[in-house]
Ligand binder design. Structure first.
Ligand code: BV8
Ligand code: ZN
Length: 253
């Protein structure tokens, strides 16, 4: 059962906030039917991260990696954004440039829900990158890329434009995310286990860069590594909690 007093408190913090930043993880897409990573039957189930989400894994067996990503692209064809995604798009509408959405997700559901300015710090499953000439191409999930897609320009092997483990995050997007977290007076942490770095460092960045730091509001089904750092931890599905907070702000989702 969602604690309504915390929903009201979160709405009051957002109401008086100057700059709002949000970090989302796989949990925000869970109610759309997209499996998270670390739950049982999660995305990593049956796969070793080293085999499917690292550059060495791709080098060793690109077909296995493409099977893993093509399967996720396939699943996304029957997936629509949930009210949590829509609520964040409406919050951006209300706050404009004082709002920054940072996501670890690669599924593109925030944009499908209407979010305009999305910082995809781990890349996107809807783009490919050529391993040879660096060509970046749009790859709509409806498109069947085949088992080992090749570059139209130089015919070398393509990879998903995704940040794998042991890879640097796209520096311009990462710096924008860090700045938004440091400038935030309210920071929402939605649907993430906060175990992956440097993404999870955005929470202490929001809390400690300026004094006073941001008020941190967590929305999750369970306590996480960062709950102790949060001013408010609202336990509940983000597709339910986020619309409740927006309702308190007079916005119907
Ligand atoms: C790097 C793309 C620098 C692939 C992903 C310290 C500093 C820097 C790096 C490290 C460090 N310590 C360790 C590292 C290395 C590593 C790392 O963090 N390892 C961890 C596992 C310990 N980090 C890296 O390698 C990063 N790169 O550091 O480079 C560098 C480079 C060269 C040389 C030196 C240094 C790259 C990290 C990016 C990896 N790529 N994704 C893909 O998606 O296929 S990470 C992957 O995990 C996803 O992006 C995912 O989003 C992310 C985080 O997971 P979550 O989103 O949180 O999902 P999870 O399932 O864990 O949790 C879901 C949560 O939702 C749960 O809490 C659940 O309770 C909740 N939930 C469920 N349902 C709901 C809900 N909440 C609300 N409502 C619901 N309905
Ligand atoms: Zn190429």
């Amino acid at each position: 059962m969602v604690d309504f007093s915390l929903v009201k408190e979160a709405a009051a913090i957002l109401e008086s906030a100057v700059n709002v930043a949000v970090l989302t993880g796989a949990g925000v897409s869970a109610e759309s039917g997209v499996p998270t990573f670390r739950a049982s039957e999660g995305l990593w189930e049956g796969h070793r991260v080293e085999d499917v989400a690292t550059p060495t894994g791709f080098q060793r067996d690109p077909e296995l990696v493409w099977r893993f990503y093509n399967e996720r692209r396939q699943n996304l064809r029957s997936v629509v954004p949930n009210p949590g995604h829509v609520a964040l798009a409406k919050l951006e509408e209300k706050l404009g440039d004082n709002f920054t959405l940072i996501t670890q997700n690669i599924d593109g559901l925030h944009q499908k829900a209407g979010s305009k300015n999305v910082l995809e710090i781990h890349g996107s499953i809807r783009k490919t990158l050529c391993t040879h000439c660096g060509l970046i191409a749009h790859a709509p999930i409806e498109m069947d890329l085949g088992d080992l897609p090749r570059c139209l320009d130089c015919s070398h092997l393509l990879r998903p434009k995704i940040v794998w483990f042991h890879e640097m995050l796209p520096i311009d997007i990462w710096e924008t995310a860090q700045f938004a977290a440091s400038e935030a007076t309210a920071f929402l942490v939605v649907g993430t286990s906060a175990v992956v770095f440097p993404a999870a460092s955005l929470i202490p960045i929001a809390k400690m860069t300026r004094s006073p730091g941001a008020r941190i509001i967590e929305i999750n089904l369970a306590a996480t590594e960062v709950s102790s750092m949060c001013d408010i931890s609202i336990l509940g599905p983000s597709g339910v909690v986020l619309p409740l907070i927006l309702k308190e702000l007079g916005i119907e989702v």
